[in-house]
Design a protein around this ligand. Structure first.
Ligand SMILES: [Zn+2]
Ligand SMILES: [Zn+2]
Length: 177
């Protein structure tokens, strides 16, 4: 069976200004997306509107999916809904540097969907926006309550790091010491 994201658009292209709506479910696996931030078989809901222009097709709408990861602050599993906006242009003769190429009468949306999901999934996942993370001294999850440690002198640590970087970046200074 033809992939539902490979759409026959001969009719659309014949009549500029016409629209076609695409509302369907696919999965990361079905679009060839192998990324640890997505589960292969979880639904990716596709809501797109295809509109033909004189020189191609504009695709607008959104994708709804779910990302997974490990919280950068507390190291617990994290996940959340992902809404990805889509606004892409396909051209038979590519004149817009941001446009995808449209070859023949078939509009292949698979690479675009894959690309949008990869670019949209969080690079620094958090279990929640205000996650307090782990105490750097005793490892207590500070979301569950305070530990007995003194607050970390964060500014001093950054200053020490910056000093170290300055030395590494400037060998002349090192030679003089
Ligand atoms: Zn967290
Ligand atoms: Zn502590």
């Amino acid at each position: 069976m033809a992939h539902p994201l490979r759409v026959q658009v001969a009719e659309l292209l014949r009549r500029p200004g016409t629209e076609k709506h695409l509302d369907l479910d696919t999965t990361p696996a079905a679009v060839g997306l192998h990324d640890e931030r997505f589960r292969a078989d979880e639904p990716v809901r596709v809501h797109l509107r295809l509109e033909s222009l004189t020189d191609g097709i504009v695709v607008r709408g959104h994708l709804d999916s779910t990302w997974h990861g490990v919280c950068r602050r507390c190291a617990l599993p994290a996940s959340g809904p992902l809404r990805s906006e889509v606004d892409e242009r396909y051209q038979s003769v590519v004149t817009d540097p941001d446009a995808f190429e449209l070859t023949g009468d078939e509009l292949d949306l698979v690479p675009m969907v894959r690309e949008v999901l990869v670019l949209d999934a969080p690079v620094v996942p958090l279990c929640r926006d205000d996650c307090k993370g782990l105490c750097p001294h005793c490892g207590t999850d500070l979301n569950t309550g305070a530990c007995g440690c003194a607050p970390a002198p964060a500014d001093d640590r950054w200053a020490a790091l910056d000093g170290l970087r300055a030395q590494l970046d400037d060998p002349v200074t090192d030679d003089r010491r």
